[in-house]
Design a protein around this ligand. Structure first.
Ligand SMILES: C[S@@+](CC[C@H](N)C(=O)[O-])C[C@H]1O[C@@H](n2cnc3c(N)ncnc32)[C@H](O)[C@@H]1O
Length: 305
């Protein structure tokens, strides 16, 4: 079975333990249930609602969390709609986001997220939707592709790669699998450029396509707004992000909420995994945790920074 090692969970639990009440928690990115399980184990009285747009994740996490009986409640849907999906269960004492993809999605070739194992060019977190990476790669213009590779992947060679994809489409037809896309990228970029890129030459293009297919940046803004409608005063909002585009959105969102006098940013700088955590789980290396606490009634916000 696929495992996903929860990232920065010790830091999240340590923070929650400093809070006066942790009765109801909304885990907006249930994944394989690592965060939810840790919260259920740490706080014996807590009830957890776990939301995910991936029905495969919901099924696996629900099986894993069955021992907790009716203390755990799965919800299938997009966290952009958290306010509607979880409104009846709130208000919550803590809302958690662990953004991006789970190990289940990234490591199984058939989900189409991986540049390392071959599979259909899919990349949908919610497989009930119709927009896939295959559609984008084969139907978007060179400019549209180049723009998302640059904007969502921060890929320096965005234009060359988009041109290579178009050339392949014109001369050899559709690109249908992750393996084919990786080959096109490798054929397009000269070997010395690929060596200079550091990581895998397809990494940033895959990140960009994933963000575009799942509209990840727009739904993050909506999800954070929804979370603020669901919290009680004095509640914690914890967000773990894995790339600078997401982290920037979270940082600015929290700053706005602090300016609006809705609460306090608890992390001047984001918390990052310790060397030991990265050694145990290399996938944690880019993680950043930001924490916010909403105002208690009658208390003035006193920004810490
Ligand atoms: C990094 S994993 C979470 C892992 C989890 N914390 C654990 O320890 O097992 C992220 C999960 O969030 C889900 N997800 C990402 N964006 C989402 C969204 N907009 N709405 C609902 N679920 C989302 C993904 O499908 C994935 O299962």
């Amino acid at each position: 079975m696929t495992e996903h090692i929860p990232v920065l969970i010790a830091e999240i639990l340590a923070f929650l333990q400093t809070r006066p009440k942790v009765g109801k928690v909304l885990d907006c990115t249930l994944g394989l249930g690592g965060y939810s399980e840790a919260v259920l184990e740490t706080f014996p009285e807590v009830q957890v609602w776990g939301l995910d747009q991936d029905d495969e994740a919901i099924r696996i996490a629900s099986d894993r969390l069955e021992p907790f009986g009716n203390r755990f409640h799965p919800i299938h849907g997009n966290f952009a709609e958290a306010a509607e999906l979880a409104g009846n269960a709130g208000p919550f004492d803590a809302i958690l986001f662990d953004l991006g993809v789970s190990n289940l999605q990234i490591s199984e070739g058939y989900r189409g997220f991986s540049f390392q194992s071959d599979g259909p060019l899919d990349m949908r977190m919610n497989r009930h939707f119709s927009l896939t990476a295959e559609y984008l790669v084969n139907n978007w213009t060179e400019k549209e592709l180049s723009d998302i590779f640059w904007k969502y992947g921060e890929e320096r060679y965005s234009r060359q790669i988009a041109r290579g994809i178009l050339r392949h489409r014109e001369n050899r037809g559709k690109i249908e699998t992750t393996g084919e896309l990786v080959s096109v990228i490798r054929e397009t970029l000269p070997a010395p450029v690929q060596r200079k890129m550091g990581g895998h030459p397809a990494r940033k293009v895959f990140q960009a396509l994933r963000i575009a297919v799942n509209d990840e940046l727009a739904v993050l803004e909506q999800g954070l707004s929804g979370a603020f409608e669901l919290v009680r005063p004095g509640a914690s909002v914890a967000v773990v992000s894995y790339h600078s585009l997401e982290d920037r959105i979270v940082k600015h969102f929290f700053r706005e909420k602090q300016k609006e006098n809705l609460g306090t940013i608890e992390t001047k700088r984001p918390l990052i995994p310790s060397d030991e955590e990265i050694e145990r789980n290399y996938k944690a290396r880019s993680a950043k945790l930001r924490l916010f606490v909403t105002n208690e009634p009658g208390k003035e916000t006193k920004p810490k920074w």
